[in-house]
Design a binder for this molecule. Sequence first.
Ligand code: SF4
Ligand code: FES
Length: 313
Amino acid sequence: MIFVNAFTFLFEKLHATYSSMLDGLLPLRSYIKISNIIETDKNNNPSETTENIDQLSESDDEQKAMSFTLKVWRQKTNEAKGTIGTYEANNVSPDMSFLEMLDVVNDNLELDATEPIAFDSDCREGICGSCSLVINGQPHGPGSGVTTCQLYMRSFEDRSIITIEPWRAKAFPLIRDLSVDRSAFDRIIQAGGYVSVNTGSAPDANSMLISQNVAEQAMDAAACIGCGACVASCKNASAMLFVSAKVKHLNTLPQGQPERKRRTSAMIEAMKDEGFGNCTNEYECEAVCPKNISVDNISFLNRDFLKSKIGDN
Ligand code: SF4
Ligand code: FES
């Protein structure tokens, strides 16, 4: 018995010493205490803990969700009178693209039996050139080097007003709301934006060598996706940046040389016939181009056009 009491006394002494040592390590001690509390709570009332976690993530989402007031150009036909319609876009994720946000707005309009907003899109990855919106006065919206489909809602201030209009140019007649007819660009390409080839067996690979420098220049110009933002941004509604990119692409390559003069002249004529204006060096086109096509191409086009007129190729 005496032995057991002595052992208990020794154990209590050791425990007290250990506890006071633990109190000295305050951060570690408090971490252990907090862990214990969490464990206790989980054991006593697990559902309440889960609910708290859910509430946290919900309020996190609420923080992220954005809302906007949209001022959208509505026009039933090219002849009809247009008006600005006002719509609320609520619960918008910052990671939605601009077109996804419009899809959600249109879904809600349809539920309200209201005519959805007409707008163009196709690839939604910056390749096809279909999306065409003037957002807050800028073709393809804020930022540079992106198309409307690549624009994300986090680029806008929460609870702000966003105005959305179509490309405005005589050569791009309005079809409905935000959708315009850009077939004028197709007719310019049909006038000369191609290389004629005789049919027959395929030529041997690398039978026509192209220097790195020429290949780079042609590839840079070929990046133009024909979206028409350059026209929409220009006070003259000039299509010079688009035409110059198409001409430069083919006129620098050896395959494009036989038709070089005819191509340049025919595409410029087609551009004038379609009603596009001329270039007065505003540089707006380069600023809004989602593919960063340089105005240097316009100098190239002007030089080639002069050469085509004086017979020097
Ligand atoms: S030059 Fe740029 S802005 Fe103009 S059509 Fe081509 S990609 Fe679009
Ligand atoms: S939808 Fe194709 S470039 Fe925007």
